[in-house]
Design a protein around this ligand. Sequence first.
Ligand SMILES: C[S@@+](CC[C@H](N)C(=O)[O-])C[C@H]1O[C@@H](n2cnc3c(N)ncnc32)[C@H](O)[C@@H]1O
Length: 276
Amino acid sequence: MDTDTQRRTFAPDSTQDYGEDPQAVRDTEHYQKEYVRGFVEKWDELIDWDARAQSEGRFFVDILAGRGKKSVLDVATGTGFHSVQLLKNGFDVTSADGAAEMLAMAFQNAADHDLVLKTVHADWRWLNKDVHGKFDAIICLGNSFTHLHDENDRRRALAEFYAALKHDGILIIDQRNYDGILDDGFSTKHKYYYCGDQVTAEPEHVDDSLARFKYTFPDGSEYFLNMFPLRKNYLRGLLEDVGFQQIHTYGDFQQSDGDEETPDFFIHVAEKEYAE
Ligand SMILES: C[S@@+](CC[C@H](N)C(=O)[O-])C[C@H]1O[C@@H](n2cnc3c(N)ncnc32)[C@H](O)[C@@H]1O
């Protein structure tokens, strides 16, 4: 089977279905239906791997290597961008995701870079049922955690991440700057993650429990994601609640503290080890 045929056959459904009242869809399970084949195939247009690699630079590699971490579980693999970057930099990567369509695309993308992904189809809420072993680090990137609409699901997922880490493991988890969106409205530098210059990613509706984003593409197609607008300190609090001892929050892949400016994204590095 040639690559194009493989890309066409791994998932049957190509349209999203939000029913009659899209803003009423605030359901953790719904991510499975959001990443339909058509959207998955467009995802890499949206994120533009080359531009993203340039804007992120060595941020994650330096954090992981600087702490001597080697085994990494990518729990939100998506189309494989971070798994591939880390494999290229010599890390031992396991790539998990709850959406089979995403994992299939990630596997193909890695193969295009002459790499073989170790993939696991796993939902975060019962991660340790499907992912075995303990890892030096877990990454949950690309504003993925925002897919959990229910606080119990967030606590459960973080507890599963905590349990899958070695005693001195670290979790790197990021989020959009929803505080800025909720308090001051949406603006973007369009520099991180959604780097493609022919695409847009903007909120269609925002309230305290829903950020519904619309993604448009040059061919006129549009897709949506209904997400929960996580506030920065709320997520930091959850990380503390499940047991992480030190949490450093960075803004937009800068080693400076995320409070200094108004970043598009926050990256939290949560460590199990006690501060000295
Ligand atoms: C916004 S995409 C980000 C993908 C990738 N990390 C990136 O930056 O391009 C979010 C990913 O999280 C996955 N995801 C969302 N909720 C999940 C859950 N409960 N369990 C496992 N994966 C989940 C989705 O399937 C999707 O691949």
